[in-house]
Each structure stands twice: as structure tokens, then as C-alpha cells.
Design a protein around this ligand. Structure first.
Ligand SMILES: [Fe+2]
Length: 247
């Protein structure tokens, strides 16, 4: 089975459009979305509707921003900029799109008995996996062979090896990684709408579960347009400006 893995779209319609047009020529069976459909960006309704209309079977979980915009979480962990954007998003969302976000399940979720997905980490949907220590705590408390996660917005692979945890940040516009059969993995495809690894291009991944191969890709998109929409919407200007540098 081949899966398209999307994460952290963050209401960025331009980035999502670029990714969907890139994958139009690719072969995959299902779409997996790791949460944070909205928050930060200026197009929450457009993004949710685009995803809802995708004709492939979709398996989605909620992200921390999706929870806060729906009022399922008060957002105490949010900084003022993120909270402002969440409140703005709540005001923009149609009832239908809000209901869609509200109904997203909490991770971790098992997909076809082949791998798991979560937003922040398998232990806690709101927690980040940035370091080998973060990964270690998670490897100890769950037993999935492969788990895809989002939230950090950094394409990365954490591998549990006999001598410890190997941490790799995935750079480059196209990277193919074959997973070993006797190792366990935590894998982040990167963020579509708010990359934070100093590469402004949208990030996504494809996973071939039979071949155990992950393809990481980056797609340039109209960053200037997404930034301008954020500024025009009256959202904090830094949310648009950071798109230029991917940080
Ligand atoms: Fe996010």
C-alpha cells in the first residue's frame, strides 16, 4: 500500500495546492493527515474544503491548533501570536468546517495495522519530538514499528538502534529512505504550510509500506501570495514573514 503523508497545512492554501498538484502524477492509495489543518494561515475554510473534497480515502487526526480553534482546548500552551491566530480562525470558520475539525480523532491511531500516526508524539498529542531524549521516552511507551508524527514542522527520522537513537534531519528536495525491518522509527514528513527548517518550500512524504520506503519531498509555492494574504487578514505580520525563510 502507498500512502501520501501530509502534516501541518496551517491554512496555507497556496502550499497545499502546490503539493496536491505535485502528487497528481504520483501513485498512492490513501491519504494520511497528521493534524494542524488550520491556524497561522489566512485560508482555513479553503484548506478544510480542499481536503474534504479529495477523492482518495483519508485517515486524519487532529492537531493542537485544530483543537484550540474548535474550543476543545483553551490554548494555555499557546504563545500570544498563535492564540491570536486561533481566535481569528474560529471567527472565520464555517459551521461545517468547524464540525469537520471537531470530529477529527485524537492520535495515536493505527493505520491498516501497518503503522501508527500521531500529531505531537504517541504519548501526548501536544508534546514535541525534537531530540533523541524526546524520542526515547516515546519508544519506551509504545511498540509500533513505524510511527509518523508532525507538530515540530521539521522533516526528520528517529531510529531506535541497539546502541541508541539515531537522529536525522532530512534536507534536500527529494530524499528516499529505506527502513530496515529490524528497527523502529518515528518519522516526521515536515510541514506543508509553515516549514521551520530554514527551507521555505512545502514538505510532504510518500510511504510505500510494502517496500518500506519513505520519499520526502519539497515543493516551492507562491510564498509571497500566502504572506500577503496573512498580512491583509490582519493576522500577526510575523506569521507571514516567517514563510519567506521557513523558520
Ligand atoms: Fe503545527
Amino acid at each position: 500500500m502507498r500512502y501520501l503523508i501530509l502534516s501541518d497545512i496551517h491554512a496555507n492554501a497556496e502550499a497545499l495546492t502546490a503539493v496536491l498538484s505535485r502528487v497528481r502524477r504520483k501513485r498512492f492509495d490513501r491519504i494520511v493527515i497528521l493534524g494542524d489543518f488550520v491556524g497561522y494561515g489566512a485560508d482555513p475554510n479553503q484548506v478544510v474544503e480542499r481536503v474534504r473534497r479529495l477523492r482518495k480515502e483519508k485517515i486524519s487526526i487532529r492537531g493542537n491548533h485544530d483543537k484550540v480553534v474548535c474550543g476543545l482546548d483553551p490554548g494555555q500552551l499557546f504563545n500570544p501570536v498563535a492564540l491570536f491566530a486561533a481566535r481569528w480562525t474560529t471567527g472565520e470558520l464555517t459551521q461545517r468546517n468547524r464540525s469537520f475539525l471537531e470530529s477529527l480523532p485524537q492520535g495515536p491511531l493505527e493505520v491498516d495495522g501497518l503503522f501508527a500516526i500521531c500529531h505531537g508524539s504517541p504519548r501526548d498529542e501536544d508534546a514535541y519530538i525534537f531530540s533523541d531524549r524526546d524520542a526515547d521516552v516515546n519508544f519506551r511507551t509504545f511498540d509500533y514499528g513505524v510511527c509518523f508524527f508532525g507538530h515540530s514542522h521539521v522533516p526528520s527520522i528517529f531510529t531506535l538502534e541497539p546502541e541508541g537513537i539515531r537522529v536525522e534531519v532530512v534536507t534536500g528536495d527529494r530524499t528516499r529512505v529505506r527502513l530496515a525491518g529490524n528497527r523502529r522509527y518515528l518519522i516526521n514528513p515536515g510541514s506543508i504550510g509553515q516549514p521551520r527548517d530554514r527551507n521555505p518550500s512545502a514538505a510532504f512524504a510518500l510511504y510505500d509500506s510494502r517496500a518500506r520506503v519513505v520519499h520526502f519531498e519539497r515543493v516551492p509555492y507562491d510564498v509571497a501570495k500566502a504572506r500577503e494574504k496573512i498580512h491583509r487578514a490582519g493576522l500577526p505580520r510575523m506569521l507571514g514573514d516567517r514563510l519567506l525563510v521557513g523558520a
